[in-house]
Design a protein around this ligand. Structure first.
Ligand SMILES: C[S@@+](CC[C@H](N)C(=O)[O-])C[C@H]1O[C@@H](n2cnc3c(N)ncnc32)[C@H](O)[C@@H]1O
Length: 323
C-alpha cells in the first residue's frame, strides 16, 4: 500500500496523504517540522492577521529582523498570544494521522524551537505518544544578538542612564542548541520493550553503531555541516546529525517517514544507510531541489531537468536560523 510513496518525496500537503499510508508500516518518524515562529510563509501556522506580524506595519518598514523573527516575546495583542495554541492544534492535526502508521515501540524524533517545543510535546502526548527525552542538538556556533543597553540609551541621548546600565544587555543568551523531542508509540500493555523488539523489530538503540570518538553517545548531540555540504534550504539540518538518529533507532531495510522534507536531508540520509524513506514537501521549489539532491546521490533518477540546473545555494547565513 505504501508503494506509491516509498523511496520518493511527494509534492503535496502531507495531511492529504498520511491517511493513505499503510497502518503499522513505519519504523521511524524523523522530521524537522515547521517551528511555528514565522520564519517564512510555510512557517506561519495560525490565523493571526495583525498587520504588525511579519513586519507589515509602517513602523517596521525596512526592519528585516521583524520579518525573520516575528514579534518580541511580550506579544502585542491577545491574537499574538494565541499563536502558540494554534500551532499546537496544527501539530495535532497531523500527529493524529501519524499515530496509526507507526509500529508499536517505534521512535519519533521531532525537531522544534526552544520557545515552541512544548506545544509539540502537548500535541503528541494528547495524540497518544510517550515522551522519551528532549535531546539537545548543539551547533558549532550561535550569534549573541542581545543589544547593549548603554548603546540603546546613548542613541536616545540619555547619557546618565547609559552610564548606569553599562554592561547590561536586552535579550537572551546566545542560542547554541535546538531541542529534538524524542517520542515513542506505546507498545503492547502487558509486554516489555524487549518483547516489542522481538515482535516488531523496533524499540532498541544501536549504541555500538553510534559511538562518538570512541564513547557512548549522550543526549547532547554535537554535529555540524561538512565543509562541502551544499545548503539550499534556510532550515536545512546537517546530514551527519540525521544519519546519527536513523542509525541509532533503525536497521537496514526499515522505513523512515519525514512529512516535512525541505531540502530532502532525511531522504539522503536514509538512502546512504540503506533504509527506505517516505517524504512530503509542500513548496514546489524545495521539492525540486530535494529531488535534484537525490539525483546527485546517483542510482535512481528523480527529476527530468537537465543535469546542469543549479539550485539557489544558501551560503553560511549572517544570522543563522536558530528557532
Ligand atoms: C524546517 S523545514 C525542513 C528542512 C529540512 N530538515 C532540511 O534539512 O532541509 C520544514 C519544511 O516543511 C514544509 N512544509 C510545511 N508544511 C507542510 C505540509 N503541510 N506538508 C508538507 N510539507 C510542509 C516546508 O515547506 C519546509 O520546507
Amino acid at each position: 500500500m505504501n508503494s506509491a510513496y516509498l523511496d520518493t518525496i511527494t509534492l503535496a500537503d502531507c495531511r492529504d496523504h498520511l491517511p493513505l499510508l499503510e497502518d503499522g508500516s513505519i519504523e521511524l518518524f524523523l522530521s524537522d517540522i515547521p517551528y511555528g515562529i514565522s520564519l517564512d510563509d510555510w512557517d506561519v501556522l495560525h490565523s493571526n492577521t495583525n498587520s504588525a506580524l511579519l513586519g507589515q506595519s509602517p513602523a517596521q518598514v525596512g526592519k528585516s529582523a521583524f520579518k525573520r523573527r516575528g514579534k518580541p516575546i511580550n506579544g502585542w495583542s491577545q491574537a499574538d498570544r494565541n499563536i502558540g495554541n494554534e500551532y499546537q492544534e496544527w501539530c495535532h492535526s497531523w500527529a493524529d494521522l501519524v499515530l496509526p502508521k507507526m509500529k508499536n515501540g517505534a521512535s519519533l524524533f521531532v525537531f522544534g524551537a526552544r520557545r515552541t517545543i512544548h506545544r509539540v510535546v502537548n500535541a503528541f502526548e494528547e495524540t497518544g505518544f510517550l515522551l522519551r527525552d528532549i535531546l539537545a542538538w548543539k551547533k558549532d556556533s550561535a550569534f549573541d544578538r542581545a543589544q547593549r543597553l548603554s548603546i540603546v540609551f546613548d542613541r536616545r541621548g540619555l547619557k546618565d542612564a547609559a552610564d548606569e546600565w553599562r554592561g547590561w544587555r536586552l535579550g537572551n543568551l546566545a542560542p547554541v542548541y535546538e531541542p529534538i523531542a524524542w517520542f515513542m508509540k506505546p507498545y503492547r500493555i502487558g509486554g516489555t520493550i524487549a518483547d516489542n523488539v522481538l515482535e516488531h523489530g523496533i524499540g532498541a538503540t544501536n549504541i555500538d553503531a553510534c559511538q562518538i570518538r570512541g564513547s557512548n553517545p549522550t543526549n547532547v548531540l554535537e554535529f555540524g555541516f561538512q565543509r562541502d555540504e551544499r545548503r539550499t534550504h534556510e532550515a536545512q539540518k546537517p546530514l551527519s546529525l540525521i544519519e546519527f538518529l536513523i542509525k541509532l533507532t533503525t536497521r537496514e531495510g526499515q522505513t523512515v517517514l519525514d512529512p516535512f522534507m525541505g531540502s530532502g536531508t532525511t531522504a539522503v540520509a536514509a538512502k546512504h544507510l540503506k533504509r527506505h524513506f517516505i517524504g512530503f514537501e509542500i513548496v514546489p521549489e524545495f521539492h525540486r531541489d530535494a529531488l535534484q539532491r537525490l539525483d546527485r546521490e546517483g542510482g535512481v533518477r528523480y527529476t527530468q531537468e537537465p543535469a546542469e540546473y543549479q539550485p539557489m545555494l544558501f551560503e553560511k547565513p549572517k544570522e543563522p536560523y536558530d528557532g
